[in-house]
Design a binder for this molecule. Structure first.
Ligand SMILES: Cc1cc2nc3c(=O)[nH]c(=O)nc-3n(C[C@H](O)[C@H](O)[C@H](O)COP(=O)(O)OP(=O)(O)OC[C@H]3O[C@@H](n4cnc5c(N)ncnc54)[C@H](O)[C@@H]3O)c2cc1C
Length: 523
């Protein structure tokens, strides 16, 4: 059978039956694929692993020579550095990453961080411990006037997050085919017919989904310093400020603090290795240095991909770990009819900022003993706690014997900077060293080793132009869908990965991969 590519329009039949499996490309052991996964980041690897384990014939294509995507680290002059991916959410009981590891029988060693995050403002320092009970003495000491406001806010956000999780648990998976079913699900997702939550909870969720967090914050009477501390956490966890995200989005992101965060001694790249191993063990195939160019469509359904070398790979399902404009080309966006996508709306994958990181190794003796794993430093109280006014410092987990041997502490110090800023200019290097000086004042021998990752290097590491870590998101359009496959709008094409979420953490990616794998396995 020779397939004919065709653009998907509203008059093509989106409910057309899936194309029969046809021989795949030459050179593979298999004659047909159930699923082609484009992109070998954690999202792609997770969905491929789960589907291979469920007995599906899976092929994963990765454009770069290595798997792991954003999790990849680098070694420079013998020092291992990672590009910033360090904190792991959802590794505890009931968490999305723990569930993924359990299903695939992966033992990923993690060390719980306590305090989960530290926030340092010029005249305040707050440790957000694993147990929320530990927060109250901190707030009482640093922000005595705001104590009751904090109590109310934390409890209201916890309520929202819990109700949202409950709703997510009860919702049926988004059906990949059939406009009517999709519409029904979307209505539920927009809470018009919310199931499993009480009417007041549904009302609260709905209102939280449409109210900017800044507006909600104003109702709790918190002072400027309290708000800056919150803003710093939000910016670090979500890369968005209170103006840019809704109350529900903020509640879900800040819930991570209560769930607890961890670090993986082997780095998150170890997870990628484990996942790749599982894919192969279950008969899946991984092809490195193979870049998917665009999707094939047939009878109103995505039916495979072509690669940049001109190879045609056909499959019943395509799962994309990369933004769909990469694959859909002129097919994106073309949906017409009642579910029209506004052409002018920017995609959620639009890069806004890049993160520059500086790795340093300094003598242990210079470290303040109270420096935990993750410390957020706000330099200037007059400006928002974001962008270049927010410095993050992470202690890197040393390899065996390294810490003991040299007495060196490896740190990752970073700042969010706009892409317009010269990446490898001296100015940026100085700014980062200055940032370090704010955390560990008076350190004389800082630069035992330092490495500044310029934008092109990050782009290479992350496999995306400019190594985008922040996306322009229309919150209203995206809210409530965390954990659900993105409504790409083409039967046969499902999406996983960071770009499908208002959140960005590995645990969000793992949660989405489980859902997508569940949908395909059940189909
Ligand atoms: C600086 C930074 C710090 C972060 N910190 C944390 C953190 O502390 N904790 C946390 O949980 N999360 C963190 N994240 C987010 C986390 O790294 C991501 O959520 C996660 O790694 C994204 O995985 P992914 O599978 O969605 O995408 P990616 O990891 O980006 O994977 C996409 C893959 O697709 C490949 N690819 C691209 N185009 C093609 C193509 N056409 N064909 C085939 N392959 C293609 C790329 O090479 C890449 O390997 C951070 C991210 C960044 C950038």
């Amino acid at each position: 059978m020779t397939p004919t590519d065709s653009s998907l329009t509203s008059d093509s039949d989106p409910r057309g039956s899936p194309p029969a499996l046809v021989p795949a490309s030459a050179g593979t052991g298999r004659s047909a694929w159930d699923v082609v996964v484009v992109g070998g980041g954690i999202g792609g690897l997770a969905v491929a692993g789960l589907l291979a384990r469920a007995g599906r014939a899976v092929l994963l294509l990765e454009a770069s020579p290595s798997l792991g995507g954003a999790c990849l680290g680098v070694t420079q002059e013998g020092h291992p550095y990672d590009p910033g991916v360090g904190l792991i959410a959802g590794a505890g009981p009931g968490g999305a990453l723990a569930a993924l590891c359990e299903r695939l029988q992966i033992a990923l060693p993690t060390v719980a961080c306590d305090p989960t995050l530290q926030v340092a403002l010029p005249r305040h320092r707050v440790d957000l411990t694993r147990s929320v009970e530990g927060w109250w003495p901190e707030f009482r000491r640093e922000f005595p006037d705001d104590e009751s406001g904090w109590h109310e806010l934390v409890s209201d956000l916890a309520f929202l997050a819990a109700e949202r999780e409950e709703l997510a648990r009860r919702l049926p998976p988004l059906p990949p085919d059939g406009w009517r079913d999709r519409f029904r699900c979307w209505r539920r997702l927009t809470l018009q017919r919310a199931i499993g939550v009480t009417r007041p909870a549904a009302r609260a969720l709905h209102s939280a989904a449409v109210t900017p967090f800044r507006q909600t914050l104003g109702e709790y009477g918190l002072g400027a310093a309290s708000r800056q501390a919150l803003e710093a956490c939000l910016w670090y966890l979500l890369i968005r400020g209170p103006d840019e995200c809704s109350t529900l989005e903020a509640a879900l992101a800040l819930q991570r603090l209560r769930d607890g965060l961890a670090v993986a001694p082997g780095g998150p790249a170890a997870l990628a290795d484990h996942l790749a191993q599982r894919i192969r063990e279950h008969g899946g195939e991984i092809r490195l240095r193979t870049r998917a160019a665009r999707c094939l469509t047939e009878r109103g359904r995505v039916s495979g991909v072509t690669t940049t070398t001109g190879e045609t790979i056909r499959a019943r399902w395509v799962v994309t770990d990369v933004p769909p404009d990469v694959l859909m080309g002129e097919l994106w966006p073309v949906a017409r009819g009642p579910f029209r996508r506004r052409r002018s709306a920017p995609g959620p994958w639009e890069p806004r900022r890049i993160a520059q990181v500086l790795g340093v190794a300094i003598p242990e003796t210079f470290l303040p003993s109270a420096l935990g794993y993750h410390c957020l430093v706000v330099a200037d109280t007059e400006r928002p706690a974001r962008d270049d006014n927010l410095v993050f410092v992470r202690r890197m987990v040393d390899g065996p014997g390294e810490g003991a041997g040299g007495g060196l502490a490896h740190l990752c110090v970073g700042r969010f900077v706009p892409p317009s800023m010269s990446a490898d200019g001296e100015g940026l290097g100085r700014a980062l060293l200055d940032a370090l000086d704010r955390v560990i004042p008076g350190v004389e021998r800082v630069a035992v080793h330092r490495w500044l990752a310029p934008a092109p290097v990050l782009a290479e590491l992350w496999g995306r132009p400019l190594g985008a870590v922040r996306y322009a998101i229309d919150s209203r359009a995206w809210l409530g869908r965390r954990g659900f496959p993105h409504r790409v709008g083409w039967p046969g094409l499902l999406a996983v990965g960071e770009w499908t979420y208002p959140g960005r953490l590995l645990s969000d990616v793992a949660e989405g991969a489980a859902r997508v794998a569940g949908l395909i396995a059940a189909a």
